[in-house]
Design a protein around this ligand. Structure first.
Ligand code: ADP
Ligand code: MG
Length: 171
């Protein structure tokens, strides 16, 4: 479904250019749990942002369902992001004044429907973020250090949840 071919991306700040992705090629299956490991600054976030259409590659190609994204217009990227991708971030990215409502039963949080993020633990907030990422049933869930802010016990629970989710999508 998703294939990266010789993807390169650099960031230029002033007269300094940082190569973030250097000729990355990888193919993903439709239902798969994939972990991308590397030290801080090695390009993991850049890769996820490119895969999720949040950021653009400089060269190479990303193939979606066998079709090159070379000719994608902004509108096509919007459609790709909105219809196929769910994002989970390290820092939860929840909206402070909104309660957590539907989709929460699926992540074991049905007793917390009316709570605000400040009334939830880190693990619970990340479950809400995962539920949010699943709301339009995306084919691909991209999680950027989803356990980075959690203790090791809670991290294991969140990884178990993501593993379950990967049974019928690419995580
Ligand atoms: P990771 O997520 O693995 O820590 P990143 O993808 O965030 O790595 O960063 C890869 C490299 O690109 C780093 O050297 C980082 O400093 C640089 N970088 C990331 N985003 C930007 C940006 N917006 N502007 C300039 N440099 C950036
Ligand atoms: Mg990162």
């Amino acid at each position: 479904m998703l294939q990266l071919k010789n993807i390169c991306k650099s960031y230029t700040t002033g007269d300094f250019t940082q190569v973030a992705l250097n000729d990355v090629s990888i193919s993903f299956r439709d239902n798969e749990f994939v972990a991308i490991l590397g030290p801080s600054g090695s390009g993991k976030t850049t890769l996820l942002n490119v895969m999720g259409g949040l950021d653009h590659y400089d060269s190479g190609d990303m193939i979606v369902d066998g079709i090159s994204t070379h000719r994608y217009k902004d509108r096509d990227w919007d459609t790709f992001r909105n219809n196929r991708i769910g994002f989970v971030f390290q820092s939860y990215n929840l909206i402070p004044h909104q309660t957590a409502k539907e989709a929460l039963a699926s992540v074991g949080l049905s007793e917390h429907l009316n709570k605000k993020p400040s009334q939830l633990s880190g693990g619970q907030m990340q479950r809400v973020a995962i539920a949010r990422a699943l709301i339009n049933d995306p084919e691909i869930v991209l999680a950027d250090e989803p356990t980075g802010a959690l203790d090791s016990h809670t991290s294991v629970q969140i990884m178990d949840l993501l593993t379950q989710i990967a049974k019928d999508r690419l995580v």
